[in-house]
Design a protein around this ligand. Sequence first.
Ligand code: ADP
Ligand code: MG
Length: 475
Amino acid sequence: MSKYIPVIGLEVHCELKSNSKNFSTGKNGNGDVNTNLSVVDIGYPGILPCVNKEAVKKSIMVALALNSTVPEKLTFDRKNYYYPDLPKGYQITQLHDPVGVNGSIKIDCNGVTKEIKIHDIHLEEDAASMEHFSDVSLINYNRAGVPLLELVTEPCIESPEEAVAFLEEMRRIYQYADISEADTKKGQIRCDVNVSIMDKDSNELGTKVEVKNVNSFGNVYETIKYEIERQSKLKDEGRYDEVVQETRRFDEETGTTIRMRTKADAIDYKYFVEPNIPKFKIDSNLVEEIKKCIPVLPNERKIKYINEYGLSEYDANIIIKNKEYADYFEECVSLGMDKKIVANYLIVQIIAYLNKEAISLNEFYLKPNLLNQIISELEKGNISSKQAKDIFNKALEEEKEPKNFISKDNAQISDSNELTIIIDNILKNNTSQVEAYKGGKTNLFDYFVGQVMKETRGKANPSLTKEILKDKLDN
Ligand code: ADP
Ligand code: MG
């Protein structure tokens, strides 16, 4: 056990889905380099920002979904600094009246539930993106002005595992609320990671180091792990004064962090209220309206799956991990399929298939109505679970409706009259085995089951077969 308690706070930026930019009519979305921009985004003289109502609504939705307090009025502030990816010379953000304060997210980490406190959530704009080459840097202004939601946690995270659990839950909520794809691979989520350590018996926070722009959850994990080790080692060696308040970056190649600038070089942003955007009131009716539009979030769905549908926590966790899975599952249930059978199919067959083919559930051929053709026959006992799997695979392979592969002649025999006739015949032809069984050799039971399967070429319903056999042999 380490002598120190790690203290971690995250600042997470997420690009919002919207038609246009946060303060202009420039398009937010894919496009050729330097085509999605307006004069506002590239900082022409005399420009005036215009607030994107959709982005404000989405931000309020997130604030509410994360149990935050939404203020009665919103203001925007100017954060002044010069950088080539920021042509206006300032970023419009929120310092004084952010869209949400005092929020929280519940996470499950190593079997323990913990509430992570959120200091605030604020709406701002993204900068342009740059690509650096040996002798030239290129700037693409398509990203300049894209609505960006920044979430700032309190310094209450204590391990890299908790940090990742938090980020995953946050991303799920964003995806369920449909405010962003929240795809780290597309650069839609970027994270500043603050790390310090403190003595076990102290309640005074240590000196924090900020690691900027970490671009994947895996790298957030590595960053925190590395920083805890680095700071602990310095402290162990009596060199804690070398841990200074500074900004570092994560180096993927070495798995270490590298100093960028110290506090002495810290930038003074000279914030002031953005004079070109009036303070505006958030009507309580609007807040109520948005509240009603928040979809059922992952945690609520999980509770329903466990308590109402009788799924195990393990299965429920897999299904809610991805909104597509949860939506698919619920559509199946609404078609009347057995909840446990569907959950099992989704987890064992479907997700494995998606992983193997590297496709998403949206691209999966067997939509719930098609899967139903298999599951309903399975539930009626017309086909065995082995046959169901074969039909599932054939339907996928040939992209043909499963019903094409369910024929009378491979149907399972679940008619007890029909099975009784077959079983009576078998017992009549195996009198010596029947004698032996009745004399105590009860392990012959499987022999009789085998005979029935042989006779029916595997189509006899196994549980019904056993039931009839037991009845005949034991009475
Ligand atoms: P700054 O003034 O340097 O921006 P803030 O207090 O605004 O610092 O916090 C920025 C982020 O750093 C927040 O996510 C916060 O939780 C985190 N943080 C603050 N103090 C510490 C600390 N001692 N150790 C780790 N993280 C911290
Ligand atoms: Mg910011």
